[in-house]
Design a protein around this ligand. Sequence first.
Ligand code: FES
Length: 586
Amino acid sequence: MSDDSDHGSKKPGSGRPLRSQAWFGRQDKMGFYYRSFLKNSGQPQDRFDGRPVIGICNTWSELTPCNGHFRDLAEHVRYGVLDAGGYPLEFPVSSLGEVTMRPTAMLFRNLASMDVEEAIRAHPLDGVVLLMGCDKTTPALLMGAASADLPAIGVSGGPQLRGVYRGQIIGSGTNIISMSEQLRAGEITLAEFHEAEAAMNRSAGSCMTMGTASTMASMVEALGIGLPENAAIPAADARRNLLARMAGRRIVEMVKEDLKPSDILTREAFENAIRTLAAIGGSTNAVVHLLAIAGRVGVELTLADFDRLGRNIHCLVDLMPSGRFLMEDFYYAGGLPAVLRALGERGLLHKDALTVNGSSIWENVAAAQCWNAEVITPFDAPFKAEAGIAILTGNLAPNGAVIKPSAASPELMQHTGRAVVFESVEEMHHAVNDEALDIDADCIMVLKNCGPKGYPGMAEVGNMPLPAKLLRAGVRDMIRISDARMSGTAYGTVVLHVAPEATAGGPLALVQNGDLITLDVPARSLHLHVDEAELAARRAAWVAPEPHAARGYQRLYVNHVLQADRGADFDFLVGRSGSPVARDNH
Ligand code: FES
């Protein structure tokens, strides 16, 4: 049977030659070669006639259960690409499962971004749909696609349905933390603990609290690099598949319009994302990821931007870990479009920012409605007032540190306490269960050597477990300071991302047991009460810890990772390099 239906070699609307035609448009030995091998999946000749070739970049993996439904989701994207006359080609990239990867999935975010960037650049693609869900898969794909700068559209996998345990709504991560502390305090049995495990993760999708996955899915929508409603449609809702299909259709048009990430990811888009981050009470992890993504498109974003832009924004959504509800409730209440509309109505949105559907962000959300004011509270009666991520500086964090006031205890926001210092996460884990540990509820727990270079990979260990004896005494929060990150599903008065980190010789390395530290969030200050002469003496005696790895990727990582205030990207990846067609190999 002939597959030559001769649709000719017409070019799409812009008249610009498609990148893929450098492979498929050749009528020579190499053209034969490129087309012939792809025909082994039954492709007709007209697949190669100059129609947009769309990559479906898939982070499916059984090792990333939150992305476990992505082969199905990819099929819906494929239908959409075919609907619009494109040629879809699905390809796998590194998947980063937050739950099981050690030492931390963050160690591999930059590696995965390189995989994405080079896969896009190396292949005959004109545009790409990015399937992402579990925490680090979203920034990794956005970073890689931004560097490659071919037309790209993000599709998040969607959150899980609510967890329900014995009639009680339970949220990813948030209730893992609270229930594990209940187990340690002897308040629940091991059998109850196991039963809750199954009740929490009862459907496909990512964590359904406003953790890092949901925050980053919201950032995709707020940045305009995903379609409206991308943030909150549950994975199990048919409308998630519809969104994937519409993304497949739209990317074909984007190729024709030559609408690239660099057109979408502008400074205005990042400012919209930062304000949205505050309005949703989003994860602190978004700070490092947005900084890194901005670096890939040459937008100069700083920690100060987060404090300045987020300072007067109220947290509108009453979602765990800060509040009561879950992403499913958020979607039914109107989702992110309702939040964006509330921001826009108060002049807190760059309304003209362009989005992937070709409309401005305001055009997308101007008619959005809130259907449940308990879940998405009005701006005039917000869930939490002025709850944007705060950036602290001081002699303990010269280049900045991060705290999420909406997840912290108000009575600890201005506090001076005695430092109880842990040199490593292993030392901390041992010490918090030691009944002899010299600590009380007014102390400040300080953890070192868990930053980008120190762990390596900047693990989510900043929300240290409280000492067992204090838990039993009813203490539920204390100030904790580290160069680590924390899970977006975590909560507490936790100062994170201290920069420079201890392993890089930052002042955090010099803190000793008994030093006094003042946290003053209203003043945005983090101060170590040790005089400069003493600090100089400690600095002279300081010896950098031995690196954890002497070879391979971890060596590359430690040698090139930037500090948290620069997004923890690699120094050699900052900036965009586009997708020129590489030399062929024949
Ligand atoms: Fe994958 Fe939370 S562990 S999204």
